[in-house]
Design a protein around this ligand. Structure first.
Ligand code: PMP
Length: 426
């Protein structure tokens, strides 16, 4: 299919993420991707600043990941996971238990981040039901984002999470204000007052607190205090409420620690992983929990955890995940992240002087330019492409989260082009 025909058919039949079928916003056909470069069908080459939404941490078309999938394909692409098991899944589960914060010993594989969040919420509900103390509500944070399915959406920020459209169907959850102290700052008693009050008032109804540790992603790209997270963990213990950490975006090094919970030295009761789990190759997610939770669910009526996706623990995806984790751990990833952090800090700093910019902030391999007003995607998206970079802003946020393997020169070019486009188009 030639490029023109592809775009015509796309506009006619294909719905893209968070988009209308009116054809107002352009899409760009990609022919291939290698390393940190996307090759467009019209021959242009873009430096990728997005890692395909936090996923492609080793870059695209990586020989080790390709080989892992090709090798697994010789054995089996998929088998059902009900009543069967296989080496790629068991190896991956073992590795995740080893790498994640202490006390998370049971792994449930799911097929996307949103489903991993649904699974986490169901685990929390079944845990309390098993104990004979039914609790079915969740306490979440404003500016949080946890996915697009109904359970996940119910714990997303009620304004940016589009609750208005679905009020009749969405479960009514509780929301504490977004954490005020920023990353690096201490958290005072006053900072947690509203959170504590909600927890005290509704403790008999709250199955779990759910949050994104340290980095609030799609709900605002905010970096908050590790001390806040540590104190939330203490409050959950005090009030006998489970803590669900959604590390779907932050997992596997993005914030500078392998898992963002490590900044606070805490372990959640339930942990959600996804995105970079397979190095961006295939869709796979995992929900980990403690033996306390899995044993309690397993030893009480109905004696089983009630979830089981068709493509659970897909062997190709598990093989990609094992290879991706191997690649990450055998690389000096902390040095890579530190270098990216410094380069983002230097490269995005000039944006601080722009009148349209509210704030520039960087943590690990995440750089954010927050504007005072939302961007016009119709204008800014083609401008980024013309500048030779792939950057996809949302609302007031222009952000970069490159692959960990990006070279200094590419990163400098990415930052310079980003600041230049923001200067001209915001
Ligand atoms: N939680 C967080 C923190 C996320 O960033 C995302 C994806 N943006 C999700 C959950 C949902 O993951 P998925 O898109 O794979 O369903």
């Amino acid at each position: 299919m030639n490029r023109r025909e592809l775009l015509l058919q796309d506009a006619e039949h294909v719905w893209h993420p968070y988009s209308s079928m009116s054809g107002a916003n352009p899409v760009f056909p990609v022919a291939s991707a290698r390393g940190v470069r996307l090759q467009l069908a019209d021959g242009r080459e873009l430096i990728d600043g997005m890692s395909s939404w936090w996923c492609a941490i080793h870059g695209y078309n990586h020989p080790v990941l390709n080989a892992a999938i090709e090798s697994q394909l010789q054995n089996m692409a998929h088998v059902m996971f009900g009543g069967l098991t296989h080496e790629p899944a068991v190896t991956l589960a073992q590795r995740l238990v080893e790498l994640t914060p202490a006390g998370l010993d049971t792994v449930f594989f799911a097929d996307s981040g949103s489903v991993a969040v649904e699974v986490a919420m169901k685990m929390a509900i079944q845990y309390w039901a098993a104990l004979g103390q039914p609790k079915q509500r969740f306490l979440s944070l404003r500016n949080g984002y946890h996915g697009d399915t109904f359970g996940a959406m119910s714990v997303c920020d009620p304004v940016t999470g589009m609750h208005g459209l679905f009020t009749g169907t969405l479960a009514k959850q509780l929301f504490a204000p977004a954490p005020e102290p920023v990353f690096g700052q201490p958290c005072s008693k006053a900072h947690l007052q509203a959170f504590r009050t909600l927890l005290e008032t509704y403790r008999s109804e709250i199955a779990a607190v759910i949050l994104e540790p340290i980095v609030q992603g799609a709900g605002g790209m905010r970096f908050y205090s590790a001390d806040y997270l540590r104190k939330v963990r203490e409050l959950c213990n005090e009030h006998d409420v489970l803590l669900i950490a959604d590390e779907i975006a932050t997992g596997f090094g993005r914030s500078g620690k392998l898992f963002a919970c490590e900044w606070a030295g805490i372990s959640p009761d339930i942990l959600c992983l996804g995105k970079a789990l397979t190095g961006g190759y295939l869709t796979l997610a995992a929900t980990l929990t403690s033996k306390r939770v899995s044993d309690t669910i397993s030893h009480h009526e109905p004696g089983a955890f009630m979830h089981g996706p068709t493509f659970m623990a897909n062997p190709l995806a598990c093989a990609a995940a094992n290879a991706s984790i191997g690649l990450l751990l055998s690389s000096p990833w902390q040095d890579h992240i530190r270098n990216i952090e410094q380069a983002l800090e230097r490269g995005l700093a000039p944006a601080r002087e722009l009148p349209a910019v509210a704030e520039v902030r960087v943590l690990g391999a995440i750089g954010v330019i927050e504007l005072k007003h939302p961007v016009d995607m119709k204008i800014i998206q083609p401008a980024f492409v013309d500048a030779g970079v792939w950057v996809r802003p949302f609302g007031k946020l222009v952000y970069l989260m490159p692959a960990y393997v990006i070279q200094t020169q590419d990163l400098q070019q990415l930052c310079a082009a980003t600041v230049d486009v923001v200067t001209r188009h915001s």
